[in-house]
Design a protein around this ligand. Structure first.
Ligand SMILES: [Ca+2]
Ligand SMILES: [Ca+2]
Ligand SMILES: [Ca+2]
Length: 167
């Protein structure tokens, strides 16, 4: 009797352990399934809101710094924070891409020095993809926030814009 109940208990523990192992295996399988999802293809810029096409200047004209700044300043407090910059900086890419081919050719960033352009052009094809733009040193918040105050003011953004799209 005593042995039997001990056996029963042991069996129950084994069943419990087996259930746990199956459950853990299922979780592990779920994790590896999630990891198997392919990463976004480099060169495919993330879709952004709002639509930048309406803000894009007519051919031959520069984008208005005030309009772009307003787009970047999500909460409308008059400065662009690092989080706002990260959220909206791809809007700059779309605005600068005048011929809408999802690449920035040399002529689309006339204010940019050759050195900065070459450094950003990771695959050396002479144009900047959305991926390259996103990764580039010149699109990092710290580059625009020159005084390291943690916010980009309109004046700083105007200077930044000139360094990319010219005076
Ligand atoms: Ca803001
Ligand atoms: Ca282009
Ligand atoms: Ca490139």
């Amino acid at each position: 009797m005593c042995l039997l109940s001990l056996y029963d208990t042991g069996d129950a523990v084994m069943t419990y352990m087996r259930t746990m192992i199956v459950a853990l295996a299922a979780v592990a399988a779920g994790v590896s399934l999630a990891r198997a999802q392919p990463p976004p293809r480099p060169g495919t810029p993330p879709q952004i809101e709002p639509d930048t096409k309406s803000l894009r200047p007519p051919p031959g004209q520069r984008m208005a710094a005030a309009d772009v700044f307003e787009l970047l300043d999500v909460n409308g407090d008059g400065t662009v924070s690092a989080a706002e910059w990260r959220e909206r900086k791809m809007a700059l890419f779309y605005l600068l891409d005048a011929d809408n081919d999802i690449y920035l050719e040399r002529g689309e960033v006339p204010g940019m020095s050759e050195e900065v352009f070459v450094a950003a052009d990771l695959d050396h094809d002479g144009r900047l993809s959305g991926f390259e733009f996103n990764q580039a040193m010149f699109t990092q918040f710290e580059t625009a926030d020159r005084d390291r105050a943690g916010t980009v003011t309109f004046e700083q953004f105007e200077q930044y814009r000139k360094r990319i799209s010219g005076p």
